[in-house]
Design a protein around this ligand. Structure first.
Ligand SMILES: [Zn+2]
Length: 193
């Protein structure tokens, strides 16, 4: 079954862990509708812009799959609203920048991306609906204690060496986010990072 021209339900529900452990990973009707919205508004548009295959590493996650892989059931993956993906040959910071500048989305996270390694990490992007999309952009990385940290992110920060003015601007944006509290991918609010 196709969710959009180039994306099948199979691609958005594929999971080696689910296969290996015989876990069912079938979305409900509501979650299927969410997956369709995500495909129509984000994945298909990215596919058409670049004219290249978009490799989805994780889309929908059923409750059993969330438990097995230690993913929160509050994650947008569990509602069919989010996917992790990348495009071979396109730097993830560039892909993030294209989405941020051109598409409507709820939350985009540049996950475990190192600016000095363009192919490192992947993009997590979610879509709810036009009225509720927050257009929030974060990056995730592991701190020295091995904990995953989420902080506001602007993709231009990855490609430009920060001068003082830019650094000031970055600090201001981080302050604004901190006042509001930041939604992590798994749905928890954190106030400091
Ligand atoms: Zn994700």
């Amino acid at each position: 079954m196709q969710l959009s021209k180039n994306f099948s339900l199979k691609e958005l529900t594929a999971s080696q862990t689910a296969d290996r452990h015989g876990i069912s990973n079938n979305p409900s009707e509501d979650h299927m509708d969410n997956l369709k919205k995500l495909c129509d508004n984000v994945l298909q548009k990215v596919r058409e812009h670049y004219g290249k295959v978009v490799s989805v590493s994780s889309g929908y996650r059923s409750p059993e799959l969330c438990v097995k892989i230690g993913s929160s059931m509050r994650s947008q993956h569990a509602k069919g609203q989010a996917a992790d993906f990348e495009i071979f040959g396109i730097a993830n910071a560039d892909l993030a920048k294209y989405i941020i500048d051109n598409l409507d989305f709820d939350q985009l996270i540049l996950e475990f991306h190192k600016p000095e390694e363009p192919n490192s990490g992947w993009i997590h992007c979610s879509y709810k609906n036009k009225e509720e999309n927050r257009k929030q952009v974060l990056r995730a990385y592991r701190n020295d204690d091995g904990k995953t940290v989420y902080e506001p992110y602007d993709p231009s920060w990855a490609v430009e060496r920060l001068n003082d003015e830019k650094k000031l601007e970055q600090d201001k944006i981080i302050d604004q986010y901190m006042q509001k509290g930041i939604w992590r991918e798994d749905g928890y609010i954190i106030n400091r990072f």
